[in-house]
Each structure stands twice: as structure tokens, then as C-alpha cells.
Design a binder for this molecule. Structure first.
Ligand code: FAD
Ligand code: UDP
Length: 391
């Protein structure tokens, strides 16, 4: 008998498996329908021997000491600050937009204060910031919005920024200084031996059994378990009862080139040209030295594996109906990017999983029998004396 059946071996499932097994002493079965662990963060050495991310570039960054320390138990790190260029008007310029982006794009020599005035002069006033268009035009105006955001977003989501929640483009800041890092979090590092190795270490425990190539629906009737942790798409769990929640998918075009360096930055974004949004060159991310180099193109598409929940009010409302069902489903915990229908980064999923673990521990402690020596405990008859059990 397993204490937990865990559906999905990505961050959400693996963190819970690790905590439940190692800290709470529970027996868990982790199943994933893919043929590997690590979910979308999966990396592997390709035929040429280059370490690549199968599902597109994954860069770890967090402001949470707790999350960083937690993962540090399973990996050493390599310090890495991510930098991105955007191909605009025939030039490769820093993205997020910063002082150098503006100077390079317009052939100017502005100072930080002057660029601040420039943004103020082109910014469009907005009563409230509701959409992904509002976010950008209210900061940098329409021209820069059209050069950097409109085309990219339409490609990536199949929607105009005006149809998407503000949180999508709000992920990318605007700067008046020369900081050209994509993220400014306090912890920015890549697992020294890759994400998959980190997951292997998390799942390496005698209380954890792993079944790959297995959909939980094929085994749930024949494997006995007490409770379930579900990290797949929430609408799928309920057989799409209220209709399908929309997810955006991608096709990844992996290539290896017989040169040591392919492009001048880890990622080059193409907001206005081509069917793909960006090209990533993995060796920048991993620090690997190799005579060849591997890259990946991302082609957004509607059909395929569910990668991105689509942040729109109507989808949030539909998710709310599934959430209400989930809350009425005893014995199943829903956690992760697909089960919570949230545009979470990796660290946020780790945080959500650690929070759920604490909640489970608290509930178990509350439900545990009152020890016989505690005030108010029944005693006197052997049968009624509660026994302290390992929680
Ligand atoms: P997943 O990794 O999706 O894991 C869920 C697992 O459940 C999957 O392996 C799936 O096969 C399995 N599953 C689902 N249904 C079933 C079923 N019925 N039976 C068995 N198994 C099932 N985050 C960052 O912090 N930095 C980045 O740079 C970054 N880049 C990204 C780039 C791309 C292209 C994408 C798509 C995401 C990126 N992310 C990034 C987000 C990151 O991938 C997620 O936050 C994280 O991997 C989510 O973990 P999860 O466990 O919730 O879900
Ligand atoms: N975005 C854009 N142009 C860019 C980079 C990002 O319009 O050059 C928008 C786009 O809508 C994208 C969102 O900002 O989906 C968030 O970008 P991020 O790089 O965080 O996307 P992710 O890595 O999550 O795919």
C-alpha cells in the first residue's frame, strides 16, 4: 500500500515525493506518462554530446532563500546571469529595453535621465493597467511596443496583447540604466550537472518508487494508495467536464551546428520576423565546452503538449469552476503549473509544493490521536488509549 500516488515527476511531483518520503516517512509512487523525470525542465546530452533542454530554455532564478537552499540539497550550482538580444530593425539590441537599447536603436547617446524623459514623452496615459498592451504602452509608448512586444506576443500566444492579462508582458521590465540581465533575482544559477541530475537526486530514496511511460489512469485501479498528488492539467482530471481549458503549445526545432559558437547571446528574440519567437544556444546556459553547439527554435502553436496556461479573464473563470470541483474532491491535492493553471516559473512551483507539504504535515498533526498523557485524553481502558503514530 502506498501512502501517496503522485501524478507527474516534474517540480511539483518530485518536491512532494522527496518531502513526503524523506521527512514524513511516507511510501510514495511517482508516475509520469513521459519516458523521463523532471517534467518540462528535463535536460539531456544529445547525440553530439551537447547538454540541451528538450522543452526549451530553462533558467533558474529566485528571490527566495528557502527555495534556493531547498534545491541546493540536490545539486551544486554554476552562477549564471541570463542575457537576451532582440532582433529589431536589422540590429541585435538588449532586451529588456534599457538605455543601450534606445541609444543603439536610434543612434543616440542619451543618459539615464534623458532616456527617462524620452519614455515619459512617448508613454501613453492609461486609466488602469489591465492588459498586456497597457503595461507596455503606458511605459514606453506605441512605437517601442510595436517593435518589441506586439509581434512577439501575437506569435507566442496567437492573441493580441490587448487580449491578454497584464501579467504576461509585465514579466519583462523596462530599464533606464545599462543593466542588460534578463532577471534581477538574488539567486541566479544553473544546476551544475543539469536539471535532470538534480531530479535524480531528489527522487533517490527507498520510499520512492517511480513508474515512467505510465498514465495514472491506467494504474489507479490496481495500485492501492491512500491519497493522491495530481500535477497534470486540472481540466483533464475532471474529463473536461466544463470544457477544455486553453493552453498554448510549442514545437521545438532542435539543431546542432559544427561550430563552437552560433549566435552572440544565449537567446535571440525575433519579435517581427520568422514563425519562431526565439533561438536559444544551450552552451551559454550550461557553460559546457564543446567543439559543436546546439540550438533550439521555438514555434508557438495551438495544438500539442500543454505548456502555457493562457492568462485571460474567461479562462480564469473556467479554471475557478474546476478549482471548486477540486476543493470538493477528498484525498486529492492539486499542485503545479498545469493543475493550478498558473504561469508559474520553476521556483514558484517549488514554493507551492513546499507550502502544500507543510499543509499536509499540519493536517496530519491535527488529525493524529491525542497522546494518552495529554490533558483531556481518554484512558483507563486499553482499547480507548490512543497510540502515538508516526505522522
Ligand atoms: P511539469 O513540468 O509540466 O510536470 C508535470 C508532469 O506531469 C509532466 O511530466 C507530465 O508528463 C505529467 N503528467 C501529466 N498528466 C499526467 C498523467 N495523466 N499521468 C502521468 N503523468 C502525467 N521556468 C523558469 O523558472 N525559468 C525558465 O527559464 C523557464 N522557461 C520555460 C520555457 C518553456 C518553453 C516552458 C514551457 C516553461 C518554462 N518555465 C520556466 C516554466 C517551468 O517549466 C515550469 O514552471 C515547471 O517545469 C512546472 O513544473 P510542474 O511540476 O508544475 O509541471
Ligand atoms: N515578450 C515580448 N517580446 C520579447 C520578450 C517577451 O513581447 O522580446 C512578451 C511575450 O508576450 C512573452 C512575455 O513577454 O510571452 C513574457 O516573456 P518571457 O521571456 O518571460 O516568456 P517565457 O520565457 O515565459 O516564454
Amino acid at each position: 500500500m502506498f501512502d501517496y500516488l503522485i501524478v507527474g515527476a516534474g517540480y511539483a511531483g518530485s518536491v512532494l515525493a522527496e518531502r513526503l518520503a524523506r521527512v514524513a516517512g511516507k511510501k510514495v509512487l511517482v508516475v509520469d506518462r513521459r519516458n523521463h523525470i523532471a517534467g518540462n525542465a528535463y535536460d539531456h546530452y544529445n547525440d553530439a554530446g551537447v547538454l540541451v533542454h528538450r522543452y526549451g530554455p530553462h533558467i533558474f532564478h529566485t528571490n527566495s532563500r528557502e527555495i534556493f537552499d531547498y534545491l541546493s540539497q540536490f545539486t551544486a550550482w554554476r552562477a549564471y546571469e541570463h542575457r537576451v538580444l532582440a532582433s529589431v530593425d536589422g540590429q541585435l539590441v538588449p532586451m529588456p529595453i534599457n538605455l543601450d537599447t534606445i541609444n543603439q536603436l536610434y543612434g543616440l547617446n542619451l543618459t539615464s535621465m534623458q532616456v527617462e524623459d524620452f519614455f515619459a514623452s512617448v508613454a501613453e496615459k492609461r486609466e488602469s493597467i489591465r492588459t498586456s498592451e497597457d503595461v507596455v504602452v503606458s511605459k514606453v509608448g506605441r512605437e517601442l511596443y510595436e517593435k518589441f512586444f506586439r509581434g512577439y506576443t501575437r506569435k507566442q500566444w496567437g492573441l493580441d496583447p490587448s487580449e491578454l492579462d497584464a501579467l504576461v508582458t509585465a514579466r519583462v521590465p523596462t530599464r533606464t540604466n545599462r543593466d542588460n540581465r534578463y532577471f534581477t533575482d538574488s539567486y541566479q544559477s544553473m544546476p551544475r550537472h543539469g536539471f535532470t541530475r538534480m531530479f535524480e537526486n531528489m527522487l533517490d530514496h527507498p520510499n520512492i518508487k517511480l513508474m515512467l511511460n505510465t498514465d495514472y489512469r491506467d494504474i489507479r485501479e490496481c495500485v492501492p494508495y491512500r491519497a493522491m498528488i495530481y500535477t497534470g492539467p486540472i481540466d483533464e482530471f475532471f474529463d473536461h467536464r466544463f470544457g477544455k481549458l486553453p493552453y498554448r503549445s510549442l514545437r521545438f526545432g532542435h539543431e546542432t551546428h559544427d561550430v563552437p559558437v552560433y549566435q552572440p547571446a544565449a537567446v535571440v528574440n525575433y519579435p517581427n520576423d520568422h514563425a519562431y519567437t526565439r533561438i536559444t544556444e544551450f552552451k551559454y546556459l550550461t557553460g559546457q565546452t564543446h567543439a559543436k553547439t546546439s540550438i533550439v527554435y521555438e514555434f508557438p502553436q495551438a495544438e500539442g503538449d500543454p505548456y502555457y496556461p493562457i492568462p485571460q479573464a474567461e479562462n480564469g473563470a473556467l479554471y475557478g469552476r474546476y478549482l471548486a470541483l477540486a476543493e470538493e474532491t477528498p484525498g486529492v491535492h492539486f499542485v503545479g503549473r498545469l493543475a493550478s493553471y498558473r504561469y508559474y516559473n520553476m521556483d514558484q512551483v517549488v514554493g507551492a509544493a513546499l507550502t502544500l507539504f507543510k499543509k499536509i504535515q499540519k493536517a496530519a498533526a491535527a488529525a493524529a490521536p491525542v497522546p494518552s498523557y495529554a490533558p483531556g485524553a481518554r484512558n483507563g481502558t486499553g482499547a480507548a488509549t490512543p497510540v502515538l503514530s508516526g505522522v
